[in-house]
Design a protein. Structure first.
Length: 500
């Protein structure tokens, strides 16, 4: 995931590939799915865990999530395929919740613990002892020691240690979560507070044990394609470079057609619509004082953060459709009977597509990681395929949405072009923790007059949980396609066309 080849990314891909192969080829789906744990761990010697039984138990839960099913209860006998029939029809989406911790995979990492390392030199000043408000620190056998029963996790000892010998151990998933949604169960294992979770997926990509996973729709999508009918793909701007340096946009288009999609559109088309519309909204709503500021709408985690935690400013959240939905509606105007599949970098888009107002527009959502598994299952290598047609649905402005700052940049350029002389104040935040800080400032009246862009993932869409490429490399690829785009800005009339 996110460009680093690890055992965790291998395991995730193996499960996705097996599910995809079964969806494409199997005549005995139930038995083949039940066999996945044994196919992934065929020997009696475990490769990843201390026990072959634990290894297979984890693979079983991964298979269920890859089918879009919820985890099995820990205290009841339930088959891996339980609920399969109800979940494999086209009309069914995910069983909530979307993001889950696999209990058998969680290592129960300690969270927020201060401890002394062997860097301690038993200095004479004992500054750590002097600043501790609970006398939790003593010196034993020539080294400082922290009594965890007394420690209140204030961190004062760490801040004054001259040798940096006191470290803070933090659970990786908890550290990555910008809304403090990671909690612990009675056994010390991580659990996700679904009331707080915004499904950005940062906990998932930062867990070194691969214990957190989101649900997939690849099985349902493949079955839908096999049943015939028109299935159209809309692919997000961050796709460039994701499938290898030689997998050009033309080749990706050809690979998607070979996979069975009848047509392929750029989601950047919807981004162009959004840029023109939000430029208009800034000029006619913010600059006239109707609303104090404008929050962009394209990132679902950012928009949901604003709506859930800052309801007082909900009127300042742009009412414009996200690029995913705007593109899907444009597609369905031309192809009313088609199924539309969003392919992108984002786990939160799966949550967005579950909304009642979006469900009729977007039928399936898969990530680049899941698409990569589908290519593998069908023996398709996008880098080796013959060139397809170049996608000409969008402009440089819309394609730039894939990188943090790109949304605001596109809107500002539209304002400068179509409303010359308008002064624009811009703020942007990356990562939900920073997004929350900016929203607090906006609520306090410190961002009046601003166009505010928020991205749930640090780096923007190219850093999404479902990406394959290192973030820095992905950013360069998006910037290159933006630079090479023949059309730089969408026409002002695009907004009018969409509204009609």
């Amino acid at each position: 995931m996110r460009g680093l080849h690890t055992q965790v990314s291998d395991l995730r891909k193996h499960v996705f590939v097996e599910i995809a192969r079964i969806a494409y080829e199997s005549d005995n789906v139930k038995d083949d799915i039940e066999a996945i744990p044994y196919k992934l761990s065929p020997d009696e010697v475990p490769r990843f865990r201390e026990s072959i039984y634990r290894e297979r138990a984890i693979s079983a839960e991964r298979a269920r999530l890859a089918m879009g099913l919820s985890l099995r209860p820990q205290n009841k006998p339930v088959h891996i395929t339980s609920g399969l029939e109800e979940s494999t029809i086209d009309q069914v989406y995910y069983e909530p919740p979307l993001m889950q911790v696999i209990p058998s995979a969680c290592n129960a990492c300690e969270d927020n613990v201060y401890e002394v390392s062997n860097l301690c030199r038993n200095c004479l000043s004992h500054q750590c002892m002097e600043v501790c408000p609970r006398d939790a620190i003593s010196h034993e056998n020539g080294q400082a020691h922290i009594d965890q029963s007394k420690c209140i996790k204030c961190g004062k000892c760490k801040s004054v240690c001259p040798y940096d010998a006191i470290g803070r151990r933090v659970r990786p998933c908890s550290l990555a979560c910008g809304v403090n949604a990671i909690e612990s169960d009675q056994y010390g294992r991580a659990v996700i507070n679904q009331e707080k979770c915004l499904s950005c997926g940062m906990c998932m990509v930062n867990c070194p044990f691969g214990a957190i996973a989101d649900k997939s729709q690849i099985f349902q999508l493949i079955r839908c394609m096999k049943n015939g009918g028109e299935v159209i793909a809309e692919i997000a701007p961050a796709y460039v470079g994701q499938f290898g340096a030689e997998a050009t946009p033309e080749k990706i288009h050809a690979a998607l057609r070979e996979l069975g999609f009848s047509k392929v559109y750029e989601v950047a088309l919807g981004a162009d619509i959004g840029a023109v519309t939000e430029a208009h909204d800034y000029v006619y709503h913010v600059k006239t004082g109707k609303i104090p500021f404008l929050l962009t709408s394209c990132c679902p985690s950012w928009a949901m953060l604003a709506k859930k935690q800052f309801p007082e400013i909900i009127d300042s959240v742009s009412k414009e459709l996200t690029p995913m939905v705007a593109t899907a509606r444009s597609i369905k105007k031309e192809h009313p009977n088609a199924r539309v599949v969003f392919i992108g970098p984002c786990a939160a888009k799966k949550l967005e597509a579950m909304r009642r107002t979006v469900r009729s527009d977007v039928d399936f959502v898969i990530t680049f990681e899941e698409l990569d598994a589908m290519f593998t299952a069908r023996g398709i290598d996008p880098a080796r395929i013959d060139h397809g047609k170049y996608l000409h649905d969008a402009t440089a402005a819309g394609r730039g949405y894939g990188v943090a700052g790109g949304v605001a940049d596109a809107i500002v350029k539209c304002i400068n072009e179509y409303y010359p002389g308008t002064e624009v104040l811009v703020e942007h935040a990356e990562g939900l923790a920073d997004c929350r800080k900016v929203l607090m400032q906006a609520k306090a009246g410190r961002k009046n007059g601003y166009l505010i862009e928020g991205m749930g993932c640090p780096g923007g869409c190219v850093a999404g949980a479902g990406t394959l490429l290192p973030v820095a490399n992905a950013k360069k690829e998006v910037q290159k396609i933006v630079r090479d785009s023949t059309k730089k800005l969408p026409p002002k009339e695009l907004r009018k066309i969409e509204l009609n």
